[in-house]
Design a protein around this ligand. Sequence first.
Ligand SMILES: Cc1cc2nc3c(=O)[nH]c(=O)nc-3n(C[C@H](O)[C@H](O)[C@H](O)COP(=O)(O)OP(=O)(O)OC[C@H]3O[C@@H](n4cnc5c(N)ncnc54)[C@H](O)[C@@H]3O)c2cc1C
Length: 330
Amino acid sequence: MFEARLVFQDGGVLDVAVNADETLAEAAQRLDLPTRQDCLSGECGACIARHTSGDIESDPTELLTQEERREGLALTCQTRLASNAAFELDYPLTPAPTAANRYDATVTAVDQLNGTTSRLRLLLSDADDLWFAPGQYVRLRPPGLRVARPYSISSTPADLPSIELLIRHVPGGAVSGWLEASAAPGQVVRLQAPLGGFARDDRSDRQIFIGGGTGLAPLLSMIQASDASTGRRLLCFGCSTPTDLFHIETLRALQAARTDLEVRIAVMSGEVDGIAKGTAVDLLRPEDLEAGCAVHLCGPPMMVTAAQSFLRQHDVPARAIRSERFSLRA
Ligand SMILES: Cc1cc2nc3c(=O)[nH]c(=O)nc-3n(C[C@H](O)[C@H](O)[C@H](O)COP(=O)(O)OP(=O)(O)OC[C@H]3O[C@@H](n4cnc5c(N)ncnc54)[C@H](O)[C@@H]3O)c2cc1C
């Protein structure tokens, strides 16, 4: 067993005992540390850290270039210790999201936003201790179901103890079936929260958010919880067809209310007045990707992969890209 010293952006320090058969991220998860890690498979970039001393063994990953590895960047979910070692993390130790806990929550509204998307509003009980970082998700188990599914929180910590979720109905899906057939105000659901390591990158004051479908949810939370008086923000939101579009007026109102925010919306097929044709990634212009920008991606895995390769082709470094994939099975 070796020890990893984690030095956070605010100077906070944690010393972590890491077993020989586990990665640094696995050790952090085992010990419930307030570090960011998510997919644990080297794909999402949530757990990138800078290795500053000691010996490590890191599995190759396409997320980091050779140059970034030489600079010391490492994915902690792919990193084992070969001696005591130290790492720098680019986010503060405090305030940290609370450890994941289980809560009862009462459904206060189920709003059908279009034929395939619902907004679910929940009021949590006994959640005075709960605090989440915008970008995190909950695991939701409806009454009578044995399964729980992950959904990102689209509301902000200031809205607690209420939370809001944006849910796309998946044909044949268990939670989707509940939403379509029997979800109603007054029902009590079970939640595990907060979960996940997707979080806004506040090192940069040029923040770009790219969301596909209900991938908008965590981005909406990040944007609404940010300080409108600092920084410049761009949201590119895309849906497949005109009937998949939702929250258009909400986004236009948000843009009108904030001087820091520009919203661009696209649909891949069909024609809609005032909406561009193409994907969320097509909405980006080369001049948007200025040096030092931070990009946040969320949506179906194919969209996130396409956006990542587009950004890398345009020289956006891996450490500037954070992502969350809405895979069906998680
Ligand atoms: C971190 C994270 C955050 C997410 N956040 C959101 C969000 O904010 N909004 C959102 O809309 N989605 C989100 N997702 C995706 C969401 O969790 C899935 O869409 C959800 O799990 C679907 O649940 P379901 O119970 O309706 O469908 P499931 O029951 O999981 O079924 C999904 C699909 O698999 C098929 N299937 C089911 N069982 C089987 C089986 N035994 N064999 C083969 N196929 C099967 C179903 O027919 C269906 O097509 C997120 C995913 C992750 C990983």
